[in-house]
Design a protein around this ligand. Structure first.
Ligand SMILES: C[S@@+](CC[C@H](N)C(=O)[O-])C[C@H]1O[C@@H](n2cnc3c(N)ncnc32)[C@H](O)[C@@H]1O
Length: 275
């Protein structure tokens, strides 16, 4: 299962702004500063707990303005970056010219086969409106990975809460109707990204010959803030209390978390080995 999400900001129109410009605009006034937020993130925890940082040749596919490239480079990892938005790459080049970055499309990765041990893709593939392009990007990633190389990928998760919570559902419906968007000053509706059911994305990975080694739902707090808005102060205490109870954490994340992460190995057969 998957569901379209339209761009939440005003001033973005189907005709007025190409997709790349949207990202160029996003990165225009960014600065590459301390990597503290990356080192504190749940994604970093996964990379360290699986000892993935021992992998030496690393590519970030869709590297944005390079906050992950910098964090990895500072830990002496040989990292490469690719993104199609030039504004982000300029920031990387100015800050750390030693990091090789390429302007390009991850659906056509311009690298040789078997040249990376780890490919990271944080929040990129959900932005392909034609979901066949996810297969194209996964196929390319598969080719560029060395034998037993790993792909770590995050995408938005269509949780039970996102399906059923009336606050979320009503906002979603409103974001699909152009005249309601106009009333709230949000401009014409433009596809922004998908949210995926976990089964849908597992199938995508497995059908592209990846073997899923680990999966988890994450960014619980951000999900609660976004989805419950003014009710967040009321909801957060019971949710965090329940999530501390042994065994309930995964259930709570399955219901409320907004993103999911997969660690997948390049393998001949797709198969889920464990949580
Ligand atoms: C949500 S941002 C994530 C940036 C970065 N990974 C991070 O976590 O800071 C998505 C990035 O993917 C890039 N992107 C989207 N589609 C792409 C494509 N087909 N090829 C290359 N880059 C792409 C965008 O330009 C943007 O920089």
């Amino acid at each position: 299962m998957k569901r379209k999400v339209y761009h939440p900001k005003p001033g973005v129109s189907v005709t007025g702004m190409a997709y790349i410009d949207l990202w160029n605009q996003q990165w225009a006034d960014k600065k590459l500063c301390s990597s503290g937020s990356v080192y504190k993130s749940e994604e970093w925890e996964v990379l360290t707990s699986f000892e993935l940082l021992k992998k030496q040749r690393v590519l970030e596919a869709g590297c944005g303005y390079g906050r992950w490239l910098k964090a990895l480079y500072d830990r002496e990892i040989r990292v490469h970056g690719i993104d199609f938005a030039i504004n982000g790459l300029r920031i990387v080049k100015e800050a750390i010219p030693e990091i090789p970055v390429v302007q390009g499309d991850i659906r056509h990765l311009p690298y040789k086969d078997d040249c990376f041990d780890l490919i990271l893709s944080w929040g990129v593939m959900e932005h392909f409106e034609n979901t066949n392009e996810i297969d194209a990007a996964l196929e390319k990633a598969f080719g560029c990975l060395s034998e037993s190389g790993l792909l770590v990928i995050t995408v938005p998760y269509m949780s039970l809460n996102r399906l059923l919570n009336p606050l979320v559902v009503s906002r979603r419906l409103a974001s699909r109707v152009n005249w309601i968007r106009k009333v709230f000053g949000k401009g014409e509706k433009v596809f922004f990204q998908y949210e995926f059911g976990v089964g849908y994305f597992r199938k995508k990975l497995i059908s592209n010959k990846f073997c899923i080694k680990h999966e988890q739902f994450f960014w619980l707090e951000m999900g609660l803030r976004d989805d419950f808005r003014f009710l967040y102060p009321l909801v957060k205490y019971p949710v965090f209390l329940f999530s501390r109870i042994r065994g309930l954490d995964r259930l709570i994340r399955w219901v409320f978390a907004p993103f999911m992460l997969f660690v997948c190995e390049k393998a001949a057969q797709g198969n889920i080995i464990g949580e």
